[in-house]
Write a protein that binds this ligand. Structure first.
Ligand SMILES: Nc1ncnc2c1ncn2[C@@H]1O[C@H](COP(=O)(O)OP(=O)(O)OP(=O)(O)O)[C@@H](O)[C@H]1O
Ligand SMILES: [Mg+2]
Length: 292
């Protein structure tokens, strides 16, 4: 344990998982995550000078970031710093919040996400979202996953629909646990299973990007480990952005980390750089638990 951290009165009041030395975080990462790709990955989502206002109050200030494909990008930072706000900009979920205004530019594969001509329903299929609290529909497990493909007309017949549902449940590492009760309610599953069901539901419409806002915060450590393992597998085929309050989780699952503070993107880069040699003192103070 870092001596400074132990002596810091504020840090003493933080949850113990915050009080971790940076070198500990790095060793967690090196022991559990495969070597990050050295070659730069192509950018999937590009944000430039994005600001967000809730009425007169500005919540985000000129955020610019490139999110690479086939990698996990973690958004970290203290409560209220704008992580969820920025995440919601990426698939225009902020459109649904009254009084919320977004300025700047966000591109998905080079196309303007805020183009008035753009079909927002289609955008949200391409950029799927998984929330903090698992939110299965009050329908069967099968219907939860079949819902998206059905409304987007992705299956030509019943057999194709079944293939999509089974394939998505398998990709979400849930199929084996639910194969005998596909027609029972999704809400009857455990919390961790419900979250994997929500991931299967997001995957079922073949998204390019999956946004996850604290997907493990309502889960126990075993369910959390399963979701983290799943995220690591999914990154081979998807662009993933995850908001997390757990430094360990960011270190374990992400290849890139972005640190937000007071509505500003303070610093972004390869996860190991952010955790072992950040440029900014604010980043270092946050990841060592000096505030949060
Ligand atoms: N619907 C809303 N209406 C008004 N203000 C909002 C709304 N949603 C968020 N805010 C404000 O915008 C700022 C950023 O909030 P946001 O939820 O993005 O933070 P966060 O980093 O996700 O926090 P947390 O870690 O607690 O989830 C906060 O000051 C918050 O109060
Ligand atoms: Mg949030």
């Amino acid at each position: 344990m870092n001596k400074d951290t132990v002596m810091e009165p504020n840090a003493m009041q933080l949850p113990s998982e915050r009080i971790v030395e940076r070198s500990d975080l790095y060793s967690i990462k090196s022991s559990t995550v495969r070597t990050p790709d050295e070659t730069p990955l192509p950018t999937r989502v590009k944000a430039r000078e994005v600001s967000v206002f809730y009425g007169a109050k500005q919540a985000l200030f000129d955020v610019s970031i490139d999110v690479p494909e086939r990698a996990v990008t973690a958004f970290i930072g203290p409560s209220g710093c704008g992580k969820s706000t920025f995440l919601r900009c990426l698939n225009r979920m902020n459109d649904t919040i009254e009084g919320c205004r977004v300025t700047g530019r966000i591109e998905l594969d080079g196309a303007d996400v805020y183009d008035p001509q753009l079909d927002v329903v289609e955008l949200r299929a391409r950029v799927g979202m998984v929330f903090q609290k698992p939110n299965p529909f009050p329908k069967s497990i099968f219907e939860n996953v079949a819902y998206g493909p059905r409304i987007h007309g992705l299956a030509r017949n019943k057999t194709e629909l079944e293939e999509i549902v089974v394939g998505s449940l398998k990709k979400a590492s849930l199929f084996e646990e639910v194969k005998d009760r596909l027609h029972e309610p999704g809400t009857g599953l455990s919390g961790g299973q419900q979250q994997r069901l929500c991931i299967a539901r997001a995957i079922a419409v073949s998204p390019e990007v999956i946004l996850m806002d604290e997907p493990c915060s309502a889960l126990d450590p075993i369910a959390t480990a399963k979701i983290e393992e799943l995220i690591d597998e999914l990154r081979a085929n998807y662009t993933i952005v995850i908001v997390t309050h757990s430094m360990q989780q960011a270190a374990r699952v992400s290849q890139r980390t972005a640190f937000f503070h007071l509505g500003i993107l303070v610093e972004e880069g390869p996860t190991e750089t952010i955790f072992t040699g950040p440029r900014e003192k604010r980043t270092q103070d946050y990841i060592t638990g000096r505030f949060g």
